[in-house]
Design a protein around this ligand. Structure first.
Ligand code: PMV
Length: 333
């Protein structure tokens, strides 16, 4: 056969990034990439990855091009191997992936990236997995990617099975019943120095707060589910800030410490609190990077973006609505 599987141009998919309102940090199985705690996230419309996968006869090695640069990634190869195994395929693949936002700087490029890869690679190999199977596959690349398979409000389950097959994400609420805005304050364009994978392994091994982090996760998830079910924004926002600060307490008490914040990060956190004192319902969350994501009602987004843009150390802001789940391009476009 000389034609690549899935047609000469393979398959392309788009997935959107997400941010966790209730965070995950730490794994219960490192090899299978199964998180130690569940998480709840929102998918972001403005931050996306487009990925094309083509299985090419005669290609000697898998090729991964990220933002037009040839890149090595064991995790990308791992996902491709799982797809090949399932499809009974031996061809190597050419993968091209483009982010419309800074890569590796706490904007969850691995979430959108691995969700898009799971969808595109499966289709290029001629597989027709369910969204649950795609979520499990995306998780093998990155824990948060399991959530980017879905749009709106999404919960990731840690599961209990040793094979990790019950560790997948599920939609909690669609975007339409409860639109929210997220204003991202970008305080650095530099890629982070400690990856989430290394950072969370360090926290698990060294932070005295790690057992408490795992013990309290179930309560936080239940509270957040209730906040979403009742569309209670102050409750959602307070919980999101609490989960974020608990995560950063864990990071700061790891050895060596993980200090992902810079001066602009801290200034932006104060801006959010000052806006709240003025009566605007806005709350922050921060992942493993220096960017601050402010959650607010769409009607307040312009005002929040202005206040953050004027904050010392904030280089630019981006405002996002909630976004859709991952999809094959050509199928919806
Ligand atoms: O998806 P990973 O394995 O890179 O980890 C992401 C961890 C956080 O973004 C800090 C929290 C989360 O739940 O997304």
């Amino acid at each position: 056969m000389d034609t690549p599987v899935g047609g000469p141009t393979g398959a392309a998919a788009r997935a959107h990034s997400n941010i966790a309102l209730i965070k995950y940090w730490g794994k219960r199985d490192e090899a299978l990439n199964v998180p130690a705690v569940g998480s709840i996230s929102i998918t972001l419309d403005a931050l996306s990855t487009d990925t094309r996968v083509t299985f090419v006869p005669g290609l000697r090695h898998d090729e991964f091009w990220l933002n037009d640069q040839r890149t090595q990634s064991k995790r990308v190869l791992g996902v491709l191997n799982l797809v090949r195994e399932r499809a009974g395929l031996s061809f190597r693949a050419r993968v091209t992936s483009t982010n419309n936002f800074p890569t590796g700087a706490g904007l969850a490029s691995s979430a959108s990236g691995f969700a898009a890869l799971a969808v595109a690679a499966s289709a290029a190999a001629g597989l027709t997995p369910s969204t649950r199977e795609l979520s499990i596959l995306a998780r093998r690349g990155s824990g948060s990617a399991a959530r980017s398979i879905y749009g709106g409000y999404v919960e990731m389950h840690t599961g209990t099975r040793p094979d990790g097959m019950d560790a997948f994400a599920e939609p909690v609420l669609d975007t339409d019943p409860w639109p929210l805005s997220v204003v991202v304050a970008i305080t650095s364009h530099t890629a982070k120095t400690v990856s989430s994978t290394l950072g969370m392994a360090g926290s698990r091994a060294t932070s005295p707060f790690y057992p408490a982090w795992v013990d309290t996760a179930k309560n936080d998830l239940a509270d957040m589910r209730a906040a979403i079910a009742t569309l209670d924004f102050p409750r959602l926002g307070e919980l999101a800030e609490y989960s974020c600060l608990k995560l950063h307490a864990l990071m700061l008490t790891s050895r060596p410490p993980l200090i992902y914040w810079n001066a602009g990060t801290v200034a932006a956190m104060h801006t959010v609190h000052e806006l709240r004192q003025q009566g605007i319902a806005v709350y922050f969350t921060i992942d493993a990077g220096p960017q601050v994501k402010a959650l607010c009602a769409p009607a307040d987004a312009a005002l929040v973006a202005r206040a953050l843009a004027e904050t010392p150390g904030v280089q630019e802001t981006r405002t996002s609505a909630l976004g859709p789940g991952a999809y094959l391009m050509g199928a919806q476009e």
